[in-house]
Design a protein around this ligand. Structure first.
Ligand code: SF4
Length: 138
């Protein structure tokens, strides 16, 4: 393997060095949300210090992981939209590629593009930023 030749380790190597994996973590019944933990659910101790049972701990871990992932993608999307806007305004020296996609998105947002050149891209970026930070969907 090329990484091995170069002296790098990869995720598979690190995974192997982590064995055996923690059974509580694998089952999702380890909670370290607050400083009273970490709590691990067992038959002897079926609830964490706060009273959370296995179902609540698993559901909470899943939701928190989902929220964190969504926030990360949202932050990356915001950076991309700002780059699009600044490129259209000439503040950033980047070419705007994928004209068909930009036009299709403008149409989906109801933005009139005919004869407006790059101003319409700024409108699109503003619409996307507005959409991304809207607290309510409807
Ligand atoms: S189970 Fe409750 S007490 Fe234990 S770490 Fe999680 S939130 Fe804190």
């Amino acid at each position: 393997m090329r990484a091995e030749q170069l002296g790098f380790d990869v995720a598979f190597d690190r995974f192997d060095r982590q064995k055996p994996q923690c059974g509580f973590g694998l089952a999702g019944v380890c909670c370290k949300i607050c400083n009273m933990g970490p709590c691990r659910v067992t038959e002897k101790a079926p609830r964490g210090v706060c009273g959370a049972d296995a179902d609540l701990i698993v559901a909470r871990n899943l939701l928190r992981a989902t929220a964190a992932g969504t926030a990360q993608h949202g932050a990356r999307a915001r950076e991309t939209i700002l780059a699009l806007k600044w490129a259209a305004q000439g503040k950033l020296d980047l070419p705007i590629l994928g004209a068909q996609k930009v036009l299709a998105t403008e149409k989906a947002f109801g933005i009139e593009a005919e004869g407006r050149a790059l101003n319409v891209v700024v409108d699109l970026a503003d619409a996307l930023l507005d959409d991304q930070s809207r607290a309510e969907r409807f």
